[in-house]
Design a protein around this ligand. Structure first.
Ligand code: SAM
Ligand code: SF4
Length: 329
């Protein structure tokens, strides 16, 4: 079992396989995109597979594939297939914007993908365009339909943006009435590729909750699973659930069981750090598994206590020009 210097079990890797994306979500990257990584800077699938395999041997048993948009990277299904047979990996999950995902859903089911996080900040086509700069809501809804049809667990991620999708909170909650989905509202974090949008966070988790409670006063708190990042709720009579993720307020650090690897092969032991180990360099320098494992262990044994400490230790201080597409969410 992998344990960090604060006694937290580390068993969850979030791997961003690309920084590229076919949307331009307001909270993630500017309309003109970001400075994309060159092919050489990106880790190859072989390199990623080797690192994943090593981490699984060390105790990671859950891997989430994210990005950028995972389905814009060529041959992603072949990579997912190789990951799905790693001995010791219990859960393989994906976070996607759903634009290109629908046709792959039957194959994902066959690979044993049990759960997919689908990003969808509104159910209104015009607003979707305003937020993402692309008219792709119908494709995202098709992905939702396919996932439900193939009985893959769906968590819908909606980032709450002041002045942009506040009126969409209730319609998104209403989706849980007839659909067995978990709709999770996420506090907006300052990783949009262009610096802070606001002087302070307007929609923190308590305010989001109060807005939902006003419309659904009978909403009930659910017990939160051990490593959950969301506060979970259920409205009596609804098939699905509602979650709120205090990503900016960082209330979940005490039980954080996750590490991240960026598309350029940098290990982040906290969402708010700016990278603590260049794993790709170690691989390309020809280091053997034992040496790479020692470096990974060192990083995990020197992990920041929480997101505040990780932020203070950053070389580049906040606000930053980092995009969530290079972190993976
Ligand atoms: N492209 C895929 C997608 O959008 O689902 C995967 C990558 S995306 C970076 C992963 C998650 O991060 C998405 O659910 C997205 O909503 C969330 N995210 C991106 N930027 C964010 C921000 N500034 N604050 C909070 N969540 C953010
Ligand atoms: Fe692309 Fe996902 Fe970022 Fe939106 S949140 S721009 S879909 S990487």
């Amino acid at each position: 079992m992998l344990t960090d210097n604060h006694g937290r079990k580390i068993n969850y890797l979030r791997l961003a396989v690309t920084d590229r994306c076919n949307l331009r979500c307001f909270y993630c990257m500017p309309e003109e995109g970001i400075e994309w990584l060159s092919r050489k800077e990106l880790m190859t699938y072989e390199e990623m597979l080797r690192i994943c395999s090593l981490l699984v041997k060390m105790g990671v048993d859950k891997i989430r594939i994210t990005g950028g948009e995972p389905f814009v990277r060529k041959d992603i299904m072949q990579f997912l297939t190789s990951l799905s047979v790693l001995n010791g990996l219990r859960q393989l999950t994906i976070t996607t914007n759903g634009v290109l995902t629908a046709p792959y859903v039957p194959e994902l089911k066959k690979l044993g993908v049990q759960s997919v996080n689908l990003s969808m900040d509104t159910l209104d086509r015009n607003k979707f365009f305003t937020i993402t700069k692309r008219d792709e809501l119908p494709n995202v809804l098709e992905t939702l339909e396919q996932l439900l049809k193939h009985e893959i667990e769906v968590k819908i991620n909606a980032v709450v943006m002041d002045g942009k999708n506040i009126d969409d909170i209730i319609p998104l909650v209403e989706l849980t009435k007839n659909l067995p989905v978990s709709v999770r509202f996420i506090e907006e974090m300052p990783f949009n590729g262009e610096g802070n949008h606001y002087s302070h966070l307007h929609w923190h988790y308590m305010r989001i909750l109060r807005k939902i409670q006003e419309r659904f006063p009978a909403i009930e708190k659910l017990p939160d699973p051990l490593f959950s990042t969301s506060y979970n709720y259920h409205i009596p009579g609804h098939k699905g659930d509602v979650g709120i993720i205090a990503a900016y307020s960082r209330t979940f650090c005490g039980t954080c069981n996750r590490i991240r690897i960026t598309p350029q092969g940098i290990l982040k032991t906290c969402l708010y750090d700016d990278g603590v180990l260049n794993i790709k360099d170690l691989v390309r320098e020809g280091k053997d598994d034992e040496e790479i494992a020692d470096n990974l262990l060192y990083a995990i044994h020197h992990r920041a206590k929480d997101g505040r400490e990780a932020e203070l230790l950053r070389k580049e201080k906040m606000p930053v020009h980092e995009s969530m597409a290079t972190i993976g969410g």
